[in-house]
Design a protein around this ligand. Structure first.
Ligand SMILES: Cc1cc2nc3c(=O)[nH]c(=O)nc-3n(C[C@H](O)[C@H](O)[C@H](O)COP(=O)(O)OP(=O)(O)OC[C@H]3O[C@@H](n4cnc5c(N)ncnc54)[C@H](O)[C@@H]3O)c2cc1C
Length: 379
């Protein structure tokens, strides 16, 4: 927590913890490393992963980094409750089971009405996710990028070879999105969390041939069922869980006077829908920003967006928003060739994801590989 903010924070959450969140639970090690810098460790059952595997029409690339795990896969019911315990231990007053209903900004503060009575605050941080009441109350639009994701936990299939990898299937059959298979643990048993992500709003128009245009219309739950059948798993009776996600477009506002947004209330990665690490990094940025504002007694927050965009999470999200068109637009075949053809890109990406230094030579290598994937230009 940023100095200067302690003792002044009340956290309300409409859920009573432990609560689950529909989420595959893969957390890049950079988020754990960031939390460690303020002495926060979240020791919950998890599956450590060593690398990525990406499959596309033109092939499959498997990349492991030696040494520490690059990520772990948690169950959100455990992780979020343990994180909240740490928040309590840091001296924040936590009131769970309290939902925000309305928020009114005044010259001197913010008046909140909740399901358990009224609250007044000098400032409010909206960390209330994709359906953010705070965002709605301050009149911000829904945002440019929206996605849907559906997931299910299954036993391992015979087609699953590597149990220490985060697997992504970006095969271009018209889906503006991708499918994933992540190792996980459910009630102590080793399982796979399988899912499909689709960008439903803000997606560029892909160039589709007739069969792909037809495939593009298939609902993501049906796609997931098709993938399960292809792996020899009968989807009948399995518990599919579906939820929305909001991506951040770089030009979108994420604050008004006395109110700032973080995490999915503001917007996360529109390309892959990765949001846990981003939410944690937003937390650091917002805490430092608010500490400075509180010291000055200035709650206009006019430069919050700029502060976010300059911060690591803002740079991350700007790059990802810029990649939406490249990854899901007409150049998708090129993007696929590059992603599964460039070991340099994979090492650079995984290094970043896991909080390691990104070797400069890998970035140069990735750029050269992109040029090679684009050659000849009439492909
Ligand atoms: C199917 C699926 C799979 C995903 N898999 C991954 C993954 O593997 N890795 C990854 O990094 N990201 C993943 N994500 C994205 C990730 O789950 C979110 O981006 C992340 O949880 C956002 O964190 P947040 O804290 O902003 O919001 P949330 O985690 O949604 O938390 C918001 C909180 O606000 C509370 N709240 C809501 N409304 C109110 C209200 N009115 N009053 C009070 N409290 C309120 C909620 O109870 C909740 O506790 C996935 C998403 C989906 C849908």
């Amino acid at each position: 927590m940023a100095p200067g903010l302690r003792d002044r924070i009340v956290l309300i959450d409409k859920a009573t913890f432990p609560r689950d969140k529909i989420c595959a639970g893969a957390i890049g090690a950079r988020a754990d490393r960031l939390l460690e810098t303020i002495g926060v460790h979240i020791p919950v059952p998890s599956v450590a992963t060593a690398g990525f595997q990406v499959s596309a029409r033109c092939g499959t690339l498997t990349t492991r980094l030696p040494g520490r795990p690059i990520a772990r896969v948690v169950r959100r019911i455990d992780y979020d409750a343990a994180l909240l315990d740490q928040v309590r231990e840091q001296g924040v007053e936590v009131r769970d089971g309290v939902a925000l209903e309305t928020l009114e900004r005044r010259a001197t503060g913010v008046e909140l009405s909740t399901t358990k009575g009224a609250l007044s605050a000098r400032a409010v941080v909206g960390a209330d996710g994709v359906g953010s009441t705070v965002r709605r109350s301050i009149g911000l639009p829904r945002g440019r990028y929206h996605a849907q994701a559906v997931e299910v936990d299954t036993p391992w299939a015979q087609t699953d070879r590597d149990r220490d990898l985060l697997c992504f299937d970006i095969v271009d059959d018209g889906l503006v999105g991708y499918a994933w298979d992540f190792p996980t643990r459910v009630d102590g048993a080793s399982r796979v969390c399988r899912g499909v992500y689709r960008l439903t709003r803000g997606a560029p128009e892909p160039h589709l041939g007739a069969p792909r245009a037809e495939a593009a219309r298939v609902d993501i739950a049906e796609r997931l069922a098709q993938r399960l059948r292809a792996s020899g798993i009968d989807p009948t009776g399995l518990h599919f869980r579906r939820y929305a996600e909001r991506g951040l477009a770089w030009h979108e506002p994420c604050a008004v006077s006395r109110v700032v947004l973080v995490g999915e209330a503001a917007g996360i990665d529109p390309v892959l829908g990765e949001g846990i690490a981003q939410a944690i990094f937003y937390g650091k940025t917002a805490a430092e920003y608010l500490a400075t504002c509180a010291e000055r007694g200035d709650y206009r927050f006019g430069d919050y967006r700029a502060a976010v965009m300059r911060s690591p999470v803002g740079r991350d999200l700007r790059i990802r928003a810029a990649m939406v068109r490249f990854i899901y637009g007409p150049r998708r075949p090129l993007a696929e060739r590059w992603v599964v053809g460039s070991h340099h890109l994979a090492v650079a990406g995984i290094s970043y994801f896991s909080g390691r230094r990104v070797p400069r030579k890998r970035l140069w290598g990735a750029a050269v590989d992109l040029a090679a994937a684009a050659w000849p230009p009439w492909r």
